[in-house]
Each structure stands twice: as structure tokens, then as C-alpha cells.
Design a protein around this ligand. Structure first.
Ligand code: NAD
Length: 262
């Protein structure tokens, strides 16, 4: 087991990539607290699934909005009281918002910055002291390909994820000599509620995504979760400050058309 008895916190763990990561961390022997803003109806089904697999004993769910400081502070305390100092933090919670700058009213801008960016800062702020006290830690921030390059009509999301990419580097430098590593995962399109929403709203968009990706594949949440297991585990102790694309190679591309050999 690659995460045996490691204490982990996963934000936004009620669905999609976060839920897949809770499952993978539990399978690898971690003690996991996961949160989401609203308690989902399906959480009992998920806990039952973990129970059937015999990996439910060390998994706890807490309702917490990562943009609310008091709730985040209480969440961090809950982790410490329940399992001890947090050792692995996956700052995964996030929302998506489409729109050019003039299609992004101030309240929408503030909302996405509050959850996607400030949420990463806040949870790290309250969890890092536990890692310092414990003497070891691995933080994995959820960025995106949209935090490496920009997309059309995704102004606020690009800004939040771009900031996470550089926040990851800054945190990695500042805490390296305290034995705490900070990396980010940068997925391309992953089949979750966020992607399904785009596919439903824009007919034909799923096929467009497939065409654009060099691998012509839409990732499964577990493929991101597997990268988080690796980044969380001691086996990646030499890896720090990396923003890891999980994107079938789309960020390798300059964007120029394929015109063949001539
Ligand atoms: P999802 O909607 O299934 O999961 C988002 C999770 O975040 C849910 O558990 C939700 O409850 C939680 N959440 C939202 N706001 C919250 C808040 N204020 N406080 C606490 N929890 C909150 O979608 P997903 O695709 O699994 O998204 C997870 C992360 O992955 C997001 O940060 C997203 O930006 C990122 N991402 C997704 C894709 C993709 O294609 N799906 C690609 C790159 C990055």
C-alpha cells in the first residue's frame, strides 16, 4: 500500500476527480477526510461502496465550503482531532465558469476567485502548520491545462488556475526545507460533471475535444487520481514545484495547423 496510514485531506471530494481520489487513497491505505460545499445525496451510496470493499473505516466526510474561513479552520481541526496531523492535502475543490471578460460580472469573478483560488490558499493556510508539526507533507493543488495556457472565453477560470500554477511554485520553494513538497496536477478535459455540462450545453463539443487532443481521448477521473497517489506518496519525494499536465499532450502543441511534410 503506497499511502499506508498517511493522513489525507481531499477538498471537493463528493464527485468527479475528488471522489475518484478518495477511493484511490483509501485503497492505498490512507486515512482520508474529504469535504464538499453541500452534502451530496449519493454520499451514503459511496460510503456503502467503500464498506463493501472493506476500506470505509478510515474515511470521513465533512461538509465545508472552502471559501469560508471559519468552516476551513474547523475542517483542519477536525482532521487533526480525528486522525492526527494532516500529511497529504489535495486542494481539489473548484467550480468552472465560461465567459470573456465582459461576460464575467464582478460577482461571478469574485465567486470563482473565492472558491478556486482563495480556497486553495485558505485550506493550505490552516493545514500547513500541521505538516510543519508532523515534519513531512505533500500538497497537491488542482490546477488545469487552463492554468498553463489560456482558453477562449474562460477569462476568470484561466486567471484562477494560472494563479494556482504559480502559487504551487511559490509554496514549493518556501516549504522545501521543511520537508513539505507542493505540486499541482493540470488535467485537460476529464469526464466529470464539469465536462458533461459543456458537452450538453454545446452540441458537438465532445467530438471537438476528441479531435483536438493528440490522443483523441477524454480522461477518466481515476487517471488524475492515480497521479495524485504518486504525488502524495513517498515515492515522489524528489518531485517538488511541478505542474503536471495530464492532458494527452495538448499543451505540447503550438496551435499551428498540421500541414504535413513538404
Ligand atoms: P465536480 O463538479 O465533479 O467536482 C467539484 C467538487 O468541488 C465537488 O465535490 C464540489 O462539491 C466541490 N466544490 C465546489 N465548490 C466548493 C466549495 N466552495 N467548497 C467545497 N467544495 C466545493 O468537477 P471535477 O471536474 O471533478 O472538478 C474538480 C477539480 O478539477 C476542479 O478544481 C476543476 O477546476 C478541476 N479540473 C477539472 C477538469 C475537467 O475537465 N473535469 C479539468 C481540469 C481541472
Amino acid at each position: 500500500m503506497r499511502l499506508k496510514d498517511k493522513v489525507a485531506l481531499i477538498t471537493g471530494g463528493s464527485s468527479g476527480i475528488g471522489l475518484a481520489t478518495v477511493r484511490r487513497f483509501a485503497e492505498e491505505g490512507a486515512k482520508v477526510v474529504f469535504c464538499s460545499r453541500r452534502a451530496p445525496e449519493k454520499i451514503s451510496d459511496f460510503m456503502q461502496e467503500l464498506k463493501d470493499a472493506g476500506i470505509d473505516a478510515n474515511v470521513r466526510y465533512v461538509q465545508c465550503d472552502v471559501s469560508d474561513e471559519a468552516q476551513v479552520k474547523a475542517l483542519a481541526q477536525y482532521v487533526k482531532d480525528t486522525f492526527g496531523n494532516c500529511e497529504i492535502l489535495f486542494n481539489n475543490a473548484g467550480i468552472h465558469l465560461a465567459g470573456k471578460l465582459l461576460e464575467t460580472p464582478p460577482e461571478a469573478w469574485d465567486r470563482i476567485m473565492g472558491i478556486d483560488l482563495r480556497g486553495v490558499y485558505l485550506v493550505s493556510y490552516y493545514i500547513l502548520p500541521q505538516m510543519l508539526e508532523g515534519g513531512w507533507g505533500s500538497i497537491i493543488n488542482m490546477s488545469s491545462v487552463s492554468g498553463i495556457c489560456a482558453d477562449y472565453a474562460m477569462c476568470a477560470y484561466n486567471t484562477a488556475k494560472g494563479a494556482i500554477t504559480n502559487l504551487t511554485r511559490a509554496m514549493a520553494l518556501d516549504y522545501a526545507d521543511s520537508n513539505i513538497r507542493v505540486n499541482a496536477v493540470c488535467p485537460g478535459v476529464v469526464r466529470t460533471a464539469i465536462a458533461e455540462h459543456t458537452f450538453e450545453c454545446v452540441p458537438g463539443s465532445e467530438e471537438l475535444f476528441r479531435q483536438n487532443y493528440p490522443t483523441h481521448l477524454i480522461a477518466d477521473p481515476v487517471e488524475v487520481a492515480n497521479a495524485c497517489v504518486f504525488l502524495g506518496a513517498r515515492e515522489s519525494d524528489a518531485i517538488n514545484g511541478v505542474n503536471l499536465p495530464i492532458d494527452g499532450g495538448i499543451t505540447c502543441h503550438t496551435g499551428q495547423p498540421q500541414v504535413g511534410t513538404y
